[in-house]
Ligand binder design. Structure first.
Ligand code: AMP
Length: 448
């Protein structure tokens, strides 16, 4: 069995790992770290919770200690929370170096970020959109000498889906040196990554977790077949059972929309469950605060949308409940990856309606695991059905009386402006001016 020293890691880093309880390399670390230390490009496919962050953080810190300068390494990642977690691992493991890191993500002050970038941090961890904004708007920093470009959750960065990073990535690549080490890490191996492996990288070292399934073996994957109208009653019943049986359990519940997330949070609070939410309509500060409270076990139940599904590192979660069946197996894998992390046991329960059965089949195909039915006392669920549904309706009415929907609309518009997809005009702008504007801009116009 390999240890960190035999993989080529310096004594000071081995000691640093030991202090943090990281004593034995995980498979992705064992395989990828020697190749990275040898200077090779690397494409690592490993499950969530497999230790893939440390697999690149440790070699980068070792190389940095041999020739420290800034900016030495750029890490790109699709979500803000993941950026914070990666920076945290750099900071903790790189403490003896006095590592200077800088986090560049949306929702934070541009000016102070620009200042931090100009102070030549050793490591920059960024989401592509905000970093590209900085490149376009200032020339106070240089990335022309970076040694490492790392893309975490590379599948999502490179795919052109609902969040398309293509333009931002082009801008970023434009200021990076051709001579560098490129490391891509991903939970799933997509066609895009396969292509990249063949053409764009410098004969990369490639490693994929041998395990047939892409979800961890310690995870007990279950489902409950339920009509839509009975879902919430099952949810309340499940939480009741778990909290009755285990004092120290925490639960993450994934939902499909921000509004649903909010309503379920309100509803569970009515039942006195210690619940907190995490969704994209909350300010970044609020998201961090809620996450911190959940991590500190002030709240035992976190209701989240898929914004939170990626990259959250919450080692103590025992249960993941999917309030909706994810339509894309990859999303399912990321959601259930929040439990059974780093060798701990966990259970995931997916609430499935009769219309979702085909989705379960494609999840099973992708994970090569059959979901097992979760046994529930149906009688107990039916006893609370009316009370739960009435409570939900009351919460819906309460939410409708706030400006939640309006805020959502404003957020959507803000996003479109940021992406440069829409230009706004005031509704009292005369029609002939609007049509002129539309011709010049070749974009749609939306009234404010
Ligand atoms: P990741 O897959 O990078 O999200 O890592 C999941 C968790 O495993 C993090 O909390 C790491 O600190 C932890 N971890 C990483 N490497 C090891 C290791 N070799 N032994 C024990 N825990 C680890």
């Amino acid at each position: 069995m390999a240890d960190f020293s035999s993989l080529g890691l310096s004594d000071w880093l081995v000691r640093q790992c030991e202090q943090l309880g990281i004593n034995k390399p995980t498979p992705v670390q064992e395989h990828c770290m020697p190749a990275i230390l040898q200077g090779r490009d690397c494409l690592g496919c490993a499950k969530t919770g497999s230790g893939k962050t440390a697999a690149f953080v440790l070699p980068v810190l070792q190389k940095l200690s041999e020739d420290p300068y800034g900016i030495f390494c750029l890490v790109l990642t699709p979500t803000r929370s993941l950026a914070y977690q990666i920076a945290e691992q750099f900071r903790v493991l790189g403490k003896p170096l006095g590592l200077k890191d800088c986090i560049i993500v949306g929702g934070m002050d541009m000016v102070s970020q620009a200042l931090e970038l100009s102070n030549q941090p050793h490591v920059v961890v960024a989401t592509p959109g905000r970093l590209a904004d900085h490149i376009r708007s200032s020339n106070t920093f240089s990335m022309s000498k970076i040694q490492f470009l790392i893309m975490d959750e590379a599948d999502r960065l490179l795919e052109q889906g609902c969040t398309d990073f293509t333009k931002d990535l082009e801008t970023i690549m434009g200021i990076l040196p051709a001579k560098r080490q490129t490391l891509l890490f991903s939970a799933t191996l997509t066609d895009t990554l396969q292509e990249l492996k063949k053409i764009a990288m410098n004969q990369p070292y490639f490693w994929e977790s041998k395990s047939e399934t892409r979800t961890v073996e310690e995870l007990d994957q279950r489902y409950i077949l339920t009509p839509e109208k009975v879902k919430d009653a099952y949810l309340v019943h499940l939480i009741q059972t778990f909290t009755d049986q285990h004092d120290d359990w925490s639960i993450i519940i994934f939902t499909n929309t921000c509004k649903n997330c909010q309503i379920i949070t309100m509803m569970l609070r009515e039942f006195n469950f210690p619940t907190i939410s995490l969704h994209s309509m909350m300010k970044q500060k609020q998201r961090f605060a809620n996450l911190a409270k959940f991590k500190a076990s002030v709240y035992k139940i976190l209701i989240a949308t898929d914004v939170a599904a990626r990259g959250l590192d919450i080692p103590t979660v025992q249960v993941v409940i999917n309030h909706n069946t994810p339509g894309i197996p990859k999303i399912y894998i990321h959601r259930v990856g929040r439990t059974a992390r780093a060798g701990r046991n966990g259970v995931s329960i997916t609430l499935v309606t009769q219309y979702d059965i085909h989705l379960v089949h494609s999840i099973e195909e992708q994970t090569q695991t059959k979901l097992k039915e979760y046994p529930v006392e149906e009688k107990e669920v039916l006893k609370i059905l009316t009370q739960v549904n009435v409570t939900r309706r009351e919460c819906e009415i309460k939410l409708e009386s706030t400006d939640f929907d309006e805020k959502k609309e404003i957020n959507k518009r803000k996003q479109l402006i940021l992406e440069g997809k829409v230009h706004f005009f005031f509704s009292n702008t005369p029609l002939h001016v609007q049509s002129k504007l539309e011709k010049v801009l070749s974009h749609g116009l939306t009234a404010l």
